[in-house]
Structures are given as structure tokens and as C-alpha cells.
Design a binder for this molecule. Structure first.
Ligand code: NAD
Length: 495
């Protein structure tokens, strides 16, 4: 097989050289230019300019004006209808968006189609379904009446205002949609900043949102690095920050938001997620489970597992089974539809992951498969399988955010729980067993925001998602997002 041909629309969009979308118009920013590099070749194919402080200010002002002018007071069902139209447009322009995403991130084209496009429109439609269902409640005041007067009370759920969204490079459209859809359906307006590595899908989305009928200023996009993100967070008209990224940046973002204006912030951060395989698990299921948990998008998935604790009696056969599967993976160009495994998304990340793999043998790990960068242009590194000889091995402690499964055997359930909870992070975890009673007894003792049983990396808009410990603050999806994007106003009436 060979690379698919790029659509003319993709080339045309890149040639237009947009680098911001403010108040319903594409524009050129005037800050420093950042190269946008194709991870499959290592070559720069476009550049994007950083929004300067005046442009960030204009974007926030546009969002503030649109919040007070139209969006907050629009009938919820009309807001829902616009989100549904945007979902339809994402589907209609799916191939264009998927190609833009693959060019920037190195995600295989099949994954870009299924996740960035397919999941984005599913999530949008899910949130659109909340239109008209975001309500307060009626309450019965509890204190006794003094002179026969009576009281009744109710709460209102009011949109918080302008939301600053900041997203990472690993799922640049889907994660942006999580934030945009939650904010918009609650009646908030948005200024969002993509990662400097993957700016184009989100820029393209902004034009589609306008076509879907979103009023000018409701969704604005500014591009740039952390400096642009910081200016956005610290703007006085920002009422909420919704951040997804690494734990280190998340700490800074939380502090910036708090310092700026006591601005509320939700932080969806990294993970060092564990999977525990009990002695009774079928080998085939376990091997397929490791492949699902560790290697999707070259392991650059926040929910992916990197720590694999396997009952000692089963370790060898599961490790052998995974190694055999890894040998079959077709590594290659992400624009080739037959490719299973593409490059890492950018050079700094490639260098960081390469360093982890090179030092693994000195840090308590034997590399059983992979571990090397490929001798070809671009940021390719082999899918990697390691077995640790101690629980504090670096590959069992630090988030690599790359294609690695690191194994360690355990002997009993108490030891398994200790190992699974031995992390500063707490995003996701999974248990693998045919004995559901045992699994359900263990689930409450696992320190993670999401625990899966006999599955991993499955995210559904109806099920809340977010981390505990160093993996963050707040939840997306389900009804949990409503807390984050609305203020609760209490109204009490004497009669
Ligand atoms: P990152 O923290 O380096 O960057 C994330 C975003 O923050 C980017 O847009 C970046 O430009 C911006 N940024 C950087 N410094 C900033 C600052 N001081 N102020 C404001 N914004 C700033 O993360 P990354 O390398 O892009 O993404 C990988 C990380 O994201 C991993 O740790 C991964 O686990 C995590 N992640 C978490 C989730 C989740 O839902 N919990 C989902 C995806 C990725």
C-alpha cells in the first residue's frame, strides 16, 4: 500500500495561512512564527504565528460580547441544534479533518478518522442532547418560621461566562470538542488554544462552527505556546479555565488561574496507568488487552496503561504473546491505510521517549522487544515491551506517554493493590479476570478516577472521566461537566 492522496481542500486550507479565528473571522497573528512539522518526515510543511497579547485580548473581548449579546440568552434547544449541525458538518468534512490531523500529529489515518472525527461528532451530539436539561432544583427551606411567614427556594444553573480552553497535541480535535461542547451547551462562550504542534484541525473546526450557525464571537481560536496560554488564562474576563495537558504544566496553569482572578480551573492531567492481570485470565484476552491498553496512537493516550502487573504464574506466556503481536505490527507512514503504528507526534517528545528507552536497562528494566529509534526520517520508535526487576524502575514510575508496556509479576492480591496504587498519578486503571466478584471487591481500593474491568482506554460521553491525585481536578462527560461550566444561584422567597 502507499500514502493516500491529500484532498485539494487540505492543501487549500494550509495555503490560506490562517493562524487565528476571532469574532467569526480567520486572520493572521503577529507573534513569533512556529514551524508545523510532519512527524512522518520530520519536514516543516507550514507555520503558525503566535497570537500577540492584543489579539488574545480581542478574542476574549469577542467571546465576552457574544456571551452577553446572544449566546447566554439563546433558547437551549437552539444551542443544541447548532451543536447537532456542527456534528453533521464534522462528518461531512471528516476526511479533510482526518488528513489535517494526521499531517500534524502522525496519528494513523484510520485512527484520525475513527477518533478525531468519529468520536468528535458523537461527543457533540451527546452534549447537544443536554439542551433544556441543565436545570436547578426546588428546595424546602429548613428553619422554623418565626411569625407564621413561609419560605420557598430554588436554584438556577447559570453559565459561568467566557471559558479559556487549552488542549494538548495528542487528540487535538476530540479533546477540544469535549471542552467546546460542554461550555457551549451550558451557555458559555469560548477562546481555545490548540497545541503549537497541532493547530490546524481546531482552526478548521472554527470555520465549520460558523457554517453551522454559531454566532460570531462564541468560539474563538488563538494559537501559540505557553506564553499565549498564560495570557489567555490571566485575562480578567476569563471566568473558567479548562486545561488538558501534563502534570507539570497543569500545576502552573492552576496557579496562574488562581493568582489571576481566583478563576476556577479544571485540570485533566497525565497518568501512569496500571493494568492488573489476575491468575485466571485467558492468555488471548490478556494479550489483546495489553495491545489495546498500551499501543494505541503509539501510546500517546492519557488513559493508556504503561504499568502491567501480571500474576507470576502467567507472566512468561503473556509477555511472549505480546512480543509475538508486536512483531506483526506494520510500522510506517500514517497516511498509508495499512499502517498499524506510526511515528511519535513531535521531535521533543521523540527525544524524551528515546532517552527513556536508552536508559531503561540501567534503571531496572530488561527490554524484551523494541526500544530503538528507526533509521528513517521522522520520529519513529519501535513499540516496546519491557520487564522490570523492581517496582521503582523508572518505566514503572514516570509517565513516558509513549509506546511501552512495562511488566512486573505479583504473587497475591494485596501486593497487586499496593503496586497499582504506587504512583503519584490516578487517572485510569484496569483489572483483568474472569471472576467478576473478585474484580468488584478490588475496584473500590484502586486509586484512579476510572477503573475498567476486562477493557482499557474506553471513553464514553455518558461516563464521567477525570483524575485523582496528580492526574487532576474535575470531571468531563456525563452530568459531571455541568458543575464546572455553571454557577449555582440560590433564590429564596418569603411569602
Ligand atoms: P503540555 O502540558 O506540554 O501542553 C498542553 C497545552 O498547554 C499546550 O497547548 C501548551 O501550549 C499549553 N501550555 C504550556 N505551558 C503553558 C502555560 N504555562 N500556561 C498555559 N498553557 C500552557 O502537554 P502536551 O505535551 O501537549 O500533552 C501531553 C500531556 O497531556 C500528557 O501528560 C498527557 O497524559 C496529558 N493528557 C491528559 C489528558 C486527560 O484527559 N487527562 C488527555 C490528553 C493528554
Amino acid at each position: 500500500m502507499s500514502d493516500i492522496a491529500l484532498l485539494p481542500e487540505v492543501r487549500a486550507f494550509l495555503q490560506q495561512g490562517h493562524d487565528c479565528f476571532i469574532n467569526g473571522e480567520y486572520g493572521r497573528a503577529s507573534g513569533p512564527a512556529h514551524p508545523v512539522v510532519n512527524p512522518a518526515t520530520g519536514e516543516t510543511f507550514a507555520e503558525v504565528r503566535e497570537a500577540d497579547p492584543a489579539q488574545t485580548d480581542a478574542a476574549v473581548n469577542a467571546a465576552h460580547h457574544a456571551f452577553h449579546g446572544t449566546w447566554r440568552d439563546m433558547a437551549p434547544l437552539q444551542r443544541g441544534a447548532i451543536l447537532n449541525r456542527l456534528a453533521d458538518l464534522i462528518d461531512q468534512h471528516g476526511e479533510e479533518l482526518a488528513q489535517l490531523e494526521t499531517l500534524c500529529s502522525g496519528k494513523t489515518i484510520q485512527l484520525s478518522r475513527a477518533f478525531e472525527v468519529g468520536q468528535s461528532s458523537h461527543f457533540l451530539r451527546y452534549y447537544a442532547g443536554w439542551a433544556g436539561k441543565i436545570n436547578g432544583e426546588t428546595l424546602t427551606p429548613s428553619l422554623p418560621s418565626m411569625q407564621g411567614e413561609r419560605y420557598t427556594a430554588f436554584t438556577l444553573r447559570e453559565p459561568v461566562g467566557v471559558v479559556a480552553g487549552i488542549v494538548p497535541w495528542n487528540f487535538s480535535l476530540m479533546i477540544a470538542i469535549w471542552k467546546i461542547a460542554s461550555a457551549l451547551i451550558c451557555g458559555c462562550t469560548v477562546v481555545i488554544k490548540p497545541s503549537e504542534f497541532t493547530p490546524f484541525t481546531l482552526l478548521r473546526l472554527a470555520g465549520l462552527a460558523k457554517e453551522a450557525g454559531l454566532p460570531d464571537g462564541v468560539l474563538n481560536v488563538v494559537c501559540g505556546t505557553g506564553a499565549c496560554g498564560q495570557a489567555l488564562i490571566e485575562h480578567e474576563k476569563i471566568s473558567k479555565v479548562s486545561f488538558t495537558g501534563s502534570m507539570n504544566t497543569g500545576r502552573k496553569v492552576g496557579a496562574q488561574a488562581m493568582q489571576a482572578n481566583l478563576t476556577r480551573a479544571t485540570l485533566e492531567l497525565g497518568g501512569k496507568n496500571a493494568a492488573g492481570f489476575l491468575a485466571d485470565i485467558d492468555t488471548q484476552k490478556a494479550v489483546a488487552g495489553v495491545m489495546e491498553a498500551a499501543y494505541l496512537h503509539q501510546g500517546q493516550v492519557c488513559a493508556a496503561a504503561e504499568r502491567f502487573y501480571v500474576h507470576r504464574s502467567r507472566l512468561d506466556e503473556i509477555v511472549d504473546g505480546v512480543a509475538a503481536q508486536l512483531k506483526q505490527l506494520k510500522i510506517g507512514s500514517p497516511l498509508d491505510e495499512s499502517t498499524d503504528f506510526g511515528p511519535l507526534s513531535n521531535r521533543p517528545h521523540f527525544e524524551k521517549v528515546s532517552q527513556y528507552f536508552a536508559s531503561a536497562p540501567d534503571q531496572g528494566c530488561e527490554i524484551v522487544h523494541g526500544g530503538r529509534a528507526l533509521d528513517r526520517p521522522g520520529f519513529f520508535i519501535e513499540p516496546t515491551l519491557a520487564v522490570a526487576d523492581r517496582r521503582d524502575a523508572t518505566l514503572l514510575q514516570e509517565e513516558v506517554f509513549g509506546p511501552v508496556a512495562c511488566f512486573l509479576p505479583f504473587d497475591d492480591e494485596e501486593e497487586l493493590l499496593t503496586l497499582m496504587n504506587d504512583s503519584p498519578y490516578g487517572l485510569t486503571a484496569s483489572l483483568w479476570t474472569n471472576d467478576l466478584s473478585r474484580a468488584l471487591r478490588l475496584v473500590p481500593r484502586i486509586e484512579a478516577g476510572t477503573v475498567w474491568v476486562n477493557m482499557h482506554t474506553f471513553i464514553d460521553p455518558a461516563v464521567p472521566f477525570g483524575g485523582i491525585k496528580g492526574s487532576g481536578i474535575g470531571r468531563e462527560f456525563g452530568s459531571a461537566f455541568i458543575e464546572d461550566y455553571t454557577e449555582l444561584k440560590s433564590v429564596t422567597v418569603r411569602y
